[in-house]
Design a protein around this ligand. Sequence first.
Ligand SMILES: C[S@@+](CC[C@H](N)C(=O)[O-])C[C@H]1O[C@@H](n2cnc3c(N)ncnc32)[C@H](O)[C@@H]1O
Length: 483
Amino acid sequence: MANLQSFLRDRCLTVLNLPDKGRSLFTSRDFRPGEVILRQEPYVSVPNNNSSESRCDGCFKTDGLKKCSGCQVVWYCGSSCQKSEWKLHRHECKALCRLEKEKRMLVTPTIRLMVKLCLKRNLQNEKVIPITTTDDYSLVEALVSHMSELDEKQLMLYAQMANLVNLILQFPGIDLKEIAENFSKFSCNAHSICDSELRPEGIGLFPLVSIINHSCSPNAVLVFEEKMAVVRAMDNISEDSEVTISYIETAGSTLTRQKSLKEQYLFHCQCARCSNIGKPHDIEESAILEGYRCANEKCNGFLLRDPDDKGFVCQNCMLLRSKEEVKKLAGDVKTVSAKALASPSAENKHDTIALYKTMEKLQEKLYHSFSITLMRTREKLLKMLMEVESWREALDYCKLIVPVYQRVYPATHPLIGLQFYTQGKLEWLLGQTEEAVSSLIKAYDILRISHGTSTPFMKELSAKLDEARAEASYKLLALKDGN
Ligand SMILES: C[S@@+](CC[C@H](N)C(=O)[O-])C[C@H]1O[C@@H](n2cnc3c(N)ncnc32)[C@H](O)[C@@H]1O
């Protein structure tokens, strides 16, 4: 641990123990937006392989994969990744081969992560894999587990999962209690590894990054460069400040955020944003994000429950929306939503799109224009419209989503940057070059903070921006020549 303190000191960081939060990461100098605070390779990681998509166990890429000829479970993109993983996979492969083939297919990413954790710990003890300051099982031992706060059902589940790991590994004298506790540690410490567009690719354990506590208005952001976790400052962080990231989707009311933090991470959030709970602005924001719209289509007011329980009253025009009307519309939304979810989108995307559009129209009548539920439906529509190459409509949805993102996320949130990137690409494709340049600039300015400037993803964005600028200049010159 002394090594760890000096590792962190070299990076102008320190770990303090706070009574209400436990270990917490603090700065010992100022950090500017976009500056890297911490980087860490995973102690262990596993891709989210399923029947429709497989990834290389080494680099998580999806191209040119070949199955491991031994276990027939794990995939590699080539000999380089296979070689780099072999020290660990050699043992995992043997263990998986002992299982019947049908059972092997049922080994989930979380179970594999635990199998790899146990194997890596043993191999480090046997000095087959070297221990370094940041790649050391003692950092996993230091993680919080909240074991004593779990209910009977959760404890039973972890015990069953530990038995399955035992069945796979068959280590003599295996400590099942420790494995069950490690599953609990995974739940509040493991991270979803995402690509540059924030799409999940796998899971990993990054015990140093796991020292960072949560805030609903964080000053730092966690992204991944391949499998490496990179924490960057999102704001100016001054010396002696706590570094915080967000563990959850922060678009939501205070109650919704607090509920999901309590359920998965077992703490009551008291961050600056949560401390506003029950204040007029917080009540208004919750009603806008998760409540109903005014019955008068021209009014953009938010609704609160009527004290006589007759329905919901618009706080702008005082019009009452009856409980019956809301219930009827909510029922219609539920029916269409069930149909849309059951629709096999792979078979007939256009039918599924039509169902989602019907759902959107009903939700527009029910919810406020900044509703998170409506935003999710539009995100889904945007994705499907891109898949069927309906660029113009996709652009319309992109433009509807951006203002909602700008309301529900902080100005430098990467999701806003990514949405501007999509908008810019669509505008360019549709020949709206000047608009494309403006959107791509906005995307670049935001994403350079969360993603840095040197990754292949950011280089591609920068190249697209250069090309769009060149085309815009050419169009302008051609126009002048024509005159
Ligand atoms: C990934 S760990 C963070 C490091 C942790 N504080 C430690 O001592 O190892 C997540 C756990 O830290 C605690 N935690 C994180 N953010 C918190 C916050 N804002 N307020 C209180 N506790 C928090 C909770 O116990 C949570 O389950």
